[in-house]
Design a protein around this ligand. Structure first.
Ligand code: 3SL
Length: 247
């Protein structure tokens, strides 16, 4: 398995319709992929991810009213008129069970959109790291792309940190000699994780998006949730273009 890490959707090479990877993992630790994992764990039927709000509105209006919720965020804040913002704590079972979430966020859903044509597409966060690693080892793709969502095209510390955590898990579980570095970013991600693995919450808080969230208000519970490592046994998988579920 060749491992590649990209820091933002714009860094991914090639034609989005003909991706040169067998599997992709989208990561948005703060907070989109953490929210997706918790929503599906708490019984949401599926999460449909949209890069733009126009397509979201169209798809949402075609879905039965009693089985739909709109979840949206821009710049860290909930979108006007939406049912939910992008906090993993808001997607509790009483709110999301049996519903399709129509979701659009600043960076996470754009990253998902960029890898939509990859044959096996998963989302990862720190809480479901071990579950994602297990699924990847079972699938054993030749080329794996780990895509951090970044922030408006730029590097995000926390996403690359989690890419490093996934790589650490793969190195521990894969047969010796079966993993290959696809790019230097993958090696750098592992080094970043090794630096912070005992204090992930501190890393999230020091990261630029972590500081942005702290400026916006009290996000202590979100930081605690997003920095938990392992223990959440769900793997969001793209089941149809742009839609994630548990398969
Ligand atoms: O950028 C994104 O997609 C969001 O996850 C950002 S936020 O954490 O909800 O502010």
């Amino acid at each position: 398995m060749q491992l590649f890490v990209f820091h933002a959707a714009g860094d991914v090479p090639g034609d989005p319709q003909a991706p040169q990877a067998d599997a992709g993992v989208v990561i948005d630790v703060l907070r989109a992929t953490t929210t997706i994992a918790w929503a599906l764990h708490n019984g949401a039927g599926s999460v449909a991810a949209f890069a733009d709000l126009g397509s979201l509105a169209e798809a949402w209006s075609a879905w039965p009213e009693d089985r739909r919720l709109r979840l949206g965020e821009r710049g860290g804040q909930r979108l006007e008129g939406f049912d939910l913002g992008n906090s993993p704590l808001a997607v509790s079972a009483d709110v999301v069970a049996g519903k399709r979430l129509f979701m659009s966020t600043t960076n996470g859903t754009r990253a998902l959109n960029r890898l939509q044509a990859v044959p096996l597409l998963l989302t990862a966060c720190l809480p479901n790291r071990a579950a994602v690693v297990k699924r990847l080892l079972q699938a054993n793709p030749d080329r794996l792309w780990l895509l951090g969502s970044g922030w408006e095209g730029a590097f995000s510390l926390e996403d690359t940190l989690a890419a490093g955590a996934v790589i650490e898990g793969l190195l521990a579980g894969a047969p010796a000699g079966s993993l290959e570095w696809g790019n230097d970013e993958a090696l750098a991600a592992l080094a970043l994780w090794q630096q912070w693995r005992e204090r992930p919450e501190e890393a999230l808080r020091q990261a630029s998006h972590g500081r942005r969230l702290q400026r916006l208000g009290d996000h202590d519970a979100d930081f605690r949730c997003c920095s938990q490592v392992d223990g959440l046994d769900v793997v969001p998988v793209q089941t149809e273009p742009g839609v994630l579920g548990l398969a």
